[in-house]
Write a protein that binds this ligand. Sequence first.
Ligand code: DC
Length: 217
Amino acid sequence: MIVTIDGPAGAGKSSISRRLAEELGFEFLDTGAMYRAVALKGLRSEIDWDDQDRLVEFAKSANIDLSGQSVILDGEDVSLEIRSQQVTEVTRYAASNVGVREELVRLQREIAEGKDIVTEGRDQGTLVFPHAQCKIFLTASPEERARRRVGDLAKRGEEVDFEVILQQQTKRDEEDSQREVGPLLKAEDAIEVVTDGMTEVQVLQKLVGIVQRYQHA
Ligand code: DC
């Protein structure tokens, strides 16, 4: 069974989706981490971001292993580095690149093949797995999402200004939803869950309930 979770940045998708997968005994696929890993590879090679073909080559040659708790890029644990502000900023070049998306979508389908899996991103329920049995669209208000992002970065020792984060997030929301390839969209048959004011445990319980309805249908 495939469970897709899509939604904007900062809705708490990553940690909730991972916990949901654990709770259900399913595997978990963080597709944002794949775009981040390709961007990190570009950053390290000081790529010219206008060189779209080179980034596609990086996506094809990158060995991205998401099977454990960590994100392994070409044999190195980059779990923390891919979440830095610097990588977050340049990931849009990977996310808006048609060839990179083609390659990563192919990989995502290959990884999910025949598995019970929770897969998380922007285009999972619409484009990558249109026939998924259970689709969830997880969101929250812009302010709530920015507050959570500030908190996450603070835990990592990055001090950032709330207003700056909110502005960056608004820009990313626009880029995410207006992107010509793989835009952020709620699938028609997805269930929308707005997480404002909910604790992680409450969101988790709600999602487990939703998936169980589909499992027993
Ligand atoms: O969910 P995240 O913040 O880790 O995602 C990082 C970036 O990758 C974000 O700009 C959106 C993009 N992304 C995407 O285009 N398609 C996906 N399936 C997942 C993420």
